[in-house]
Design a protein around this ligand. Structure first.
Ligand SMILES: Nc1ncnc2c1ncn2[C@@H]1O[C@H](COP(=O)(O)OP(=O)(O)O)[C@@H](O)[C@H]1O
Ligand SMILES: [Mg+2]
Length: 320
């Protein structure tokens, strides 16, 4: 049986139990008319019941999440370029990229990877390698036309496959791209994996920033440290006169300050960047001399520094 067929068989058996799992908490919240944060707390409690303990991924030293409450803000673009930039600036380090967006995986397209992954002798799925980065995505296990509605337990089981059934090690850092929102995927990842930190991507519109705040609150509740905010599509530069146009507004600085967070990098709208990523050649490789590539290398440096500081802190705490 092919890996894709095996995966489909496993996924369909969870449909019914999953529906009950997601509907039951919803009924309670409707009855009592709780606030959004109450619902999140409640779901976190429900999801944590019977979950396995947070265990490290064998051979994986650190895990960094790229997240946002909103879709289309550039999470995958950021995760892909960040993972590639980490490999570019530290070629001896092993970097992985997990596409945890089981609903709409776009890492295969953006990393230009395709084909069914192989199982190794330990029955672990071998990640596919491109640009020196080890990648895994639901898009490689379930083909587009077999897309399933992933919910609750099913999402958890799918993520379990993508994390613990993949031969990730040895890895210095696993970058995890996530779906939009504050849903089952984020809860499941935060409750199952020792996450070192999250980068939150946002665009500067007030609507996006509001959703971003919700995402940041969720991470705080789940005790996932926020490394900082990446502002994407901050502005566009007129190709005729070079004027900066803040087409999506300019509210990120104020919102970041209100939340006590740092904007660790800011990227303007750039058609080249979009063309590159959508043709499977991230800007960091396709346009290495561009301002975007330079900023991604800068971001990668910050992430390495964050990881090193965390490791040093842990080592010191152990000594005491
Ligand atoms: N700075 C940017 N300039 C131009 N296009 C961008 C930029 N960042 C992302 N995009 C484009 O926006 C679209 C959505 O980006 P994506 O990374 O898939 O968002 P998300 O993962 O948050 O849904 C993609 O087509 C991508 O090429
Ligand atoms: Mg995405």
């Amino acid at each position: 049986m092919t890996l894709q067929r095996r995966f489909l068989r496993f996924s369909s058996s969870y449909v019914f139990s999953t529906r009950m799992n997601t509907i039951a908490p919803c009924l309670q919240t409707v009855r009592f008319n709780h606030s959004k944060s109450d619902i999140m707390d409640h779901r976190a409690k429900v999801m944590s019941k019977g979950l396995p303990e947070k265990k490290p991924l064998p051979g994986v030293k650190s895990i960094i999440l790229v997240a946002s409450g909103k879709g289309g803000v550039g999470k995958t673009t950021t995760a892909v370029n960040l993972a590639c930039a980490m490999k570019v600036i530290e070629p001896d380090k092993e970097i992985g990229l997990l596409d945890a967006d089981v609903f709409g995986p776009s890492v295969p397209l953006m990393m230009n990877i395709s084909g069914e992954p192989m199982l190794n002798d330990d029955h672990l799925i071998e990640p596919l390698l491109n640009y020196g980065v080890k990648c895994m995505s639901m898009g490689l296990l379930v083909s587009g036309e077999n897309a399933v509605v992933w919910r609750g337990l099913m999402v958890m089981q799918a993520l379990e496959r993508l994390t613990r059934h993949v031969a990730w090690g040895p890895l210095d850092c696993l970058v995890v791209d996530t779906p939009p929102g504050t849903g089952d995927t984020h809860l499941s990842l935060a409750q199952n994996l020792p996450l070192d930190g999250a980068i939150v991507v946002t665009t500067p519109q007030s609507a996006a920033l509001q959703v971003t705040k919700r995402g940041i609150n969720m991470f705080e509740k789940l005790k996932v440290p926020i490394i900082g905010i990446v502002e994407n599509m901050s502005h566009a530069i007129c190709s005729q006169c070079g004027t900066k146009n803040f087409i999506f507004g300019n509210d990120t600085k104020k919102s970041a300050a209100d939340m006590g967070l740092e904007i660790i990098e800011s990227f303007e709208v750039d058609q080249n960047m979009s063309d590159c990523i959508n043709s499977g050649k991230p800007a960091i490789y396709a346009l290495p001399d561009s301002i975007h590539a330079e900023k991604y290398r800068h971001l990668a440096n910050k992430v390495f520094k964050y990881i090193d500081d965390k490791e040093n802190h842990r080592a010191k705490a152990k000594e005491q």
